[in-house]
Every structure is written in C-alpha cells, then in structure tokens.
Ligand binder design. Structure first.
Ligand code: UGA
Length: 423
C-alpha cells in the first residue's frame, strides 16, 4: 500500500529514510532549509558519502516517487506521515539541544491535514515525544517515536534490512499505521510506549559504546600482560552470548552518535536522579584511548618537532564524516605535543585542525615522516606498498591503531610496529 510521507531534514538519516521509503513504493517529499542542498538533490547530486544512496535517490527521482522542497511547510500539506529527522546536537551541558525539533514541529503544525501522524526519528531524550506534541498544539495529530538504528556508511542496507523496527506510541492505531509503512521490510516490528522506544535507542548506542570501551580496555590489559588481543577477542566471541561483532579494538570510538548519545544518557540519568557511573567510565576509557595512541607514538619518537603521517581522518571507514573522529582527537594531541601532522584519507579532503595538513596521497603523507599512524580502517591502507613507504619516511615507525596491517610484513621491512593490544 502506497502512503504519502514527508521527511523533514535531509541529513544522512532523513535522506536515507526518504530514499528508502520511496524505494519501498511510498510517495515521499523531503524538505530541508538549505536551498543549495535542495537544488543539488533535485539533480540527483547526493552531498554525503553513503553506499547505495545516490542510486536510490536517482531511482526515486526517475520514478517520481521522491521529490525535494525548500521549507518544511511545503512538504507536509498532503502527507499522511511526517518524519522528523532534524539534528539534535549536544548543548554545552551534554544534554541534547531540541530547538530544531521543536521549531520544526511548530512550523509544520498548522499545515497538517487531519489524520496525519507525526513520527520522530531524531535521537531525543526520553519524554521528547511529549515535547513535540506540546510544540504542535494539535490534539488531533498523534506523535509516534520510531528511532533509527542506521550506521553511517551502511545506512541504506541498515534501513532495508534492519535487525528490528521499534515504534513507540500511546495511540495503538497510529502505531499500526506506522508499522504498515515497513511492510516491504523483513524484520521484527516492536510496539511499545514512547518513553521505552526513546530509551531503547540510547541504551543500544550506550551498550555498543560500552562494548568498544571494554574491548579497548582488554587491549590495554593484553599489552600489560603480553597477550594478543586479536586472539583473546576471537576466543571470547565464539561464546554466542558475546559474539564477534563490534569487538574490534581501535583508537577509540567517535562519530556523530556515540559520543553525543553517551554523554546524553549520562545527563538524562543524572536529571532523573541516577548516577550512571558505568557509562561515565566508558567515556573516560575512550578519552584515555586517544592518549594511549599518542603515547605509543611518543615512545618511539620525541614528539616535539616531529612530523607524523596520519592515515585516515574519517571516524571510521566507508564515510567522509570527521565529526568527533578519533583520528582527529589523536591529531590534536600530537600537535599539542609539538608535532606536525600530515594526514590523508580517501574520502576526506579538508579538516579544520591547526597543525594538521591534509594531502591527497598516502605516500605524500609519509614523505619525510618520523612515524606513521593508521587511524581509520580503510581497506586501501592494507594494500599500501610498504617498500615505498619505507623509502619515503625519515624513520621507520608504525603505530597501527586499527590492527589493520600485516605486522610480519611491516617488521620484515625494518619498521617498529605497535598495534592495539598486540605487539
Ligand atoms: C552508530 C550505531 O552503530 C548505529 O546503530 C546508530 O543508529 C547510529 O550510531 C546512530 O545513533 O545514528 P555510527 O555512528 O554510524 O552508528 O558508527 P559505528 O559503525 O557504530 O561506529 C562508531 C565508532 O566505533 C567508530 O569510530 C568506529 O570506528 C568504532 N568501532 C566500531 C570500533 O572501534 N570497533 C568496532 O568493532 C566497531
């Protein structure tokens, strides 16, 4: 059954949601407040690096099921469902800033037809469904929570093949209608109340961040006792209650979600009277991980005056997003210790970090460098010509913060090698 859907906000969540719903056969209008973005999208020019999204946007434009307009009020007039996918950035105190959400709700409210359902997909503190209801002042319009669990880089696949769809609503009929939008998707659909749906999103991200901090802490234990973290995690992961996924040690976790949502759940809990000490520890372990990587570099070369090659700037492979990137956290610390950093990333051409120069080739980044740090797990870095790198560098030291390289091959060429949780 085809439904008319409006999507407010064309960031990676909104655009993926819109393009995927159009792919599932719905009629979708996406709105944004940035005119250039709308112009580009109307021409099929997708401004973000997201696998399969350009193809889906083009498909939607070709079939006429996907269109783009400037301004939310122009998208919602005939919509049966209005998905709010606006940013909820972190405010100075760690809590989520809901001003975009509230103003979007207030803006669309007078234009909604009776029977429309507003669906919140932005990640919002518990209770925000109520705030949207209050901002809309329309008792005839149900507001439903339908949190997103998309990963950047694989958002399209995550939307079309999700592990689950979570719907939070007080109005069971509205929940059923939202569930019906996902008829083309094979996944368990769970209906609960709004507060539980909102908490579920934070709890999932907080748990995943905890798993990663635990992994990096075990890597530190492995370094201390002389064990190999890759083997330790392999052995652990065979226990099906633990599993092998999300157990890759690294330079710390980052991105636009985990850091923000981890701090937000601490703040949500605190406001509600619970000291989430475990989660505070998870964040602390992550900050320490950036320092640990820098100390590894400092253990082989004096940082003052050194030139460090940094391969990888994005917060993970498969994206051009550098928000809260561990690579940049490491770069800032290296610069603060007096080093000059030369970075390369296959998807990132510029970053705003003093003392970090971005070059357009991995070998150029290594030219004359005293040490090389692998900070993002791009496949390309696995296949680098190590002989060429050895020739280019002034000193042969590698800190492989993603355990990506073949350490035997690295050592055979005379490099010192330090991984994470393995030597
Ligand atoms: C994360 C969640 O995985 C999604 O389920 C969620 O929907 C999304 O946040 C969100 O809230 O919107 P994302 O931020 O795209 O997705 O990134 P992840 O793939 O989860 O990676 C987060 C960080 O953890 C990255 O820095 C990554 O390099 C790191 N990581 C991940 C590791 O260091 N090791 C791993 O094994 C996995």
């Amino acid at each position: 059954m085809t439904s008319k859907i409006a999507v407010i906000g064309t960031g990676y969540v909104g655009l993926t949601t819109g393009a995927c719903f159009a792919h599932l056969g719905h009629d979708v209008i996406c709105a944004d407040i940035v005119p250039e973005k709308i112009d580009r999208l109307r021409n099929g020019d997708v401004p973000i690096h997201e696998a399969g999204l350009t193809e889906l946007v083009q498909e939607g434009l070709d079939t006429g099921r996907l269109s783009f307009v400037l301004g939310a009020e122009h998208a919602v007039g005939e919509a049966e469902f209005i998905y709010l996918c606006v940013p909820t950035p972190q405010s100075a105190d760690g809590s989520a800033d809901l001003s975009y959400l509230q103003s979007a709700a207030a803006e669309i409210s007078p234009h909604l037809q009776p029977g429309a359902i507003v669906v919140n997909k932005s990640t919002v503190p518990v209770g925000s469904t109520r705030l949207v209801e209050q901002a809309m002042r329309r008792s005839d319009i149900p507001v439903v929570s339908n949190p997103e669990f998309l990963r950047e880089g694989t958002a399209v696949d995550d939307f079309l093949n999700p592990d689950r769809v979570v719907i939070g609503a007080d109005d069971q009929a509205a929940a059923g209608r939202v569930a019906a939008l996902y008829l083309g998707v094979r996944a368990p659909v769970m209906v609960t109340d709004p507060a539980s749906a909102e908490t579920c999103k934070y709890a999932a991200n907080a748990f995943l961040a905890t798993k990663l901090s635990f992994t990096n802490a075990i890597a530190a234990v492995c370094e201390a006792v002389g064990a190999d973290v890759n083997d330790v995690l392999l052995g652990m992961g065979y226990d099906h209650r633990i599993g092998h996924e999300f157990l890759r040690p690294g330079p710390g976790w980052g991105g636009s979600c985990f850091p923000k949502d981890s701090r937000a759940i601490i703040s949500i809990a605190e406001d509600a009277g619970y000291d989430f000490a475990l989660m505070r520890g998870v964040v602390t372990v992550n900050d320490e991980q950036f320092d640990r990587i820098v100390r590894k570099v400092g253990s082989v070369v004096p940082l003052e005056g050194a030139t460090i090659a940094l391969l990888g700037l994005a917060f993970k492979a498969g994206t051009d997003d550098t928000r809260e990137s561990p690579a940049l956290a490491v770069a800032r610390r290296l610069v603060a210790a007096g080093a000059t950093v030369r970075g390369y990333d296959p998807a990132v051409t510029e970053v705003d970090v003093d003392g970090l120069e971005v070059v357009d080739d991995a070998y150029a980044a290594c030219d004359g460098a005293n040490a090389l740090v692998i900070a993002t797990e791009w496949d390309d870095f696995k296949w680098l010509d190590l002989d060429k790198i050895a020739d280019a560098m002034a000193d042969k030291h590698i800190v492989d913060a993603r355990n990506l390289l073949d350490r035997g091959a690295v050592k055979r060429r005379g490099f010192t090698y330090q991984g994470v949780g393995r030597s």
